[in-house]
Design a protein around this ligand. Structure first.
Ligand code: HEC
Length: 498
């Protein structure tokens, strides 16, 4: 079957009807099995012609030598033994275990994100058919040109303009976890620069293939996460800074995190003379004596760039109510934040711990409730979902952001070490968090009107169209037509016709 509501724009006459339809469609989609939603693929599907391009785009950045994944998926010989497993792992779609690790639910909410590596239904269908038909190689002449690979030293968001290393640190094979601050690193910048993207990689002396038993993302690395800021020694933070005491933050580095690419209208400022401050790191042993450091790769906007918007504070989470019962699935938490200014939501980043399996993100404005997105969750991976600029939610002042977290402590969730335990809020993986770490920019009323006008022009809206993520974008509603009332048949006097 086909799930409706896949598009960004739902064209329906009444909002109440739109919401009913949304829920119905969602229920149908959720119950349909994955296989029956796949389109038919005509003809033979071969590795060389059909599968290799998919692997190049969505898999090889990790599945290459000296990278995060356990095996390479470059040549036919390497891929062939994994054919069945590739089918299984790609068909999981938005749940923990899916490959590539990206959990966007495709049957609800906004579907336009930067760097979305997920597979289309047609690509899933090709993989399934190929695996079921004995995984034929086809004609090697059909292979696409090989992709440029860089192993673990590959920068996915482009070659950085500036690379800042953290100090080296060693964690012994059997050492306990360690939390703390590392010595700050000067950027050496001699002028202010606006940052377009930041990508953080761990560089360490773990030899490729040295730990054949490695099954998780984390076991190649010792940095679990790093909370960091930038700071010019001796200078107070201002609204444009991303340091303690200012309004915005830099994204937290966490193992398995994708690169952060900021919108063209909202770069982040790295000041002349700034230092990178490694405020709070969490290190853990990976089973080997490991010497390691983080590399911060910044790309810059051109000199002279000025951002149109400034970041606002996202305080969307709930720690106090976390009360996860042992042995139970389907537990739910809610958190809310009222937007005090018109806001463009630039990213959504569900953050939970081991029992987290799904999060939904809603915008409530008046009687209008819109599900912006739902995503599965796997505590092994950190995924930030960055909206494409033309699809980023544009929300009026007074909108209530709402996140709904779904937790599974039943034992079916492989990430939970001991499902018998109750757990509350806390920093460790076996305790919980429930936050949206996404970011957004504040707007003045004028900027907000202008952004909506741009959006309307791009979408060619008709009256009463509903735009998910922009509750005020829809054009002027149609007014009921003023029709003369028909004359009562019995009198024929024309009474009531004025
Ligand atoms: C962001 C990095 C990343 C990307 C992208 C990625 N993988 Fe993986 N993959 C991993 C890691 C790490 C593991 C091992 C941990 C696990 O099994 O989840 C893995 C495991 C697997 C496994 C299971 C291996 C086993 O031991 O059973 C398969 C199959 C697989 N990936 C296929 C794919 C395919 C196909 C794609 C693209 C459609 C893909 N992966 C994209 C990192 C990645």
């Amino acid at each position: 079957m086909i799930c409706p509501l896949e598009g960004f724009l739902v064209t329906i006459r009444s909002l109440r009807y739109a919401m009913t339809l949304g829920f119905t469609a969602f229920a149908l989609c959720a119950t349909a099995t994955a296989a029956d939603t796949l389109p038919a693929v005509p003809g033979e599907v071969t590795f060389s012609r059909d599968i290799a391009p998919i692997l190049q785009r969505s898999c090889q950045n990790c599945h290459q030598p000296d990278s995060v994944a356990p095996m390479s998926l470059l040549t036919y010989q390497q891929v062939r033994p994994w054919a069945k497993s590739i089918k299984t792992r790609t068909m999981i779609r938005d749940k923990a275990g899916v490959m590539p690790p990206y959990y966007l639910e495709k049957n609800i909410g906004i579907q336009h994100f930067k760097n979305d590596p997920s597979l289309s239904d047609l690509e899933l269908a090709k993989i399934a058919k190929w695996a079921d038909n004995g995984a034929p190689e086809g004609n090697p002449a059909d292979l696409p040109a090989a992709k440029e690979l860089g192993g673990n030293s590959h920068w996915t968001a482009g070659t950085p303009d500036l690379i800042i290393p953290s100090p080296w640190i060693t964690v012994k094979a059997g050492a306990p976890d360690w939390w703390g601050e590392l010595a700050s690193a000067p950027t050496g910048l001699t002028e202010d620069r606006w940052v377009k993207s930041v990508e953080i990689r761990e560089e360490n002396d773990v030899q490729s293939g040295s730990d054949g038993g490695r099954k998780t993302v984390g076991s190649r690395y010792i940095f679990h996460h790093m909370i960091w800021t930038t700071h010019v020694p001796g200078q107070e933070a201002s609204v444009d800074d991303f340091s303690e005491g200012s309004s915005g933050t830099w994204p937290v580095h966490e193992v398995g995190r994708n690169a952060d690419i900021f919108p063209d209208s909202a770069g982040k400022l790295l000041r002349k003379g700034a230092e990178v401050v490694f405020t709070s790191s969490h290190l853990h042993s990976n089973g080997h004596d490991t010497k390691s450091r983080l590399l911060y790769g910044f790309t810059f906007f051109p000199k002279g760039y000025q951002p149109e918007f400034r970041y606002g504070r996202r305080a969307l989470g709930n720690g106090v109510d976390i009360d996860i019962l042992g042995g139970q699935g389907e537990q739910r938490l809610d958190a809310y934040q009222v937007l005090e200014q018109p806001t463009k939501i630039t990213s959504y980043e569900p953050h939970m711990h081991a029992p987290g399996v799904r999060m939904c993100f809603e915008a409530i404005w008046g009687y209008n409730v819109q599900t912006l997105n739902c995503t599965g969750y796997d505590h092994n991976w950190v995924r930030a979902y960055e909206y494409e600029d033309d699809y980023a939610p544009l929300l009026p002042k007074g909108t209530i952001l709402h996140i709904i977290g779904y937790f599974d402590q039943s034992g079916k969730n492989k990430n939970v070490p001991d499902p018998r335990n109750w757990s509350g809020s806390g920093n460790r993986s076996i305790t919980n968090m429930f936050i949206d770490l996404g970011q957004g920019v504040n707007m003045t009323d004028e900027q907000f009107e202008k952004e909506m006008a741009n959006r309307r022009a791009k979408l060619h809206l008709r009256p009463n169209d509903v735009v998910i993520g922009c509750p005020l974008c829809n054009g002027e509603p149609i007014k009921p037509r003023q029709r003369p009332m028909a004359a009562p048949a019995s009198t024929g006097t024309g009474a009531g016709q004025e």
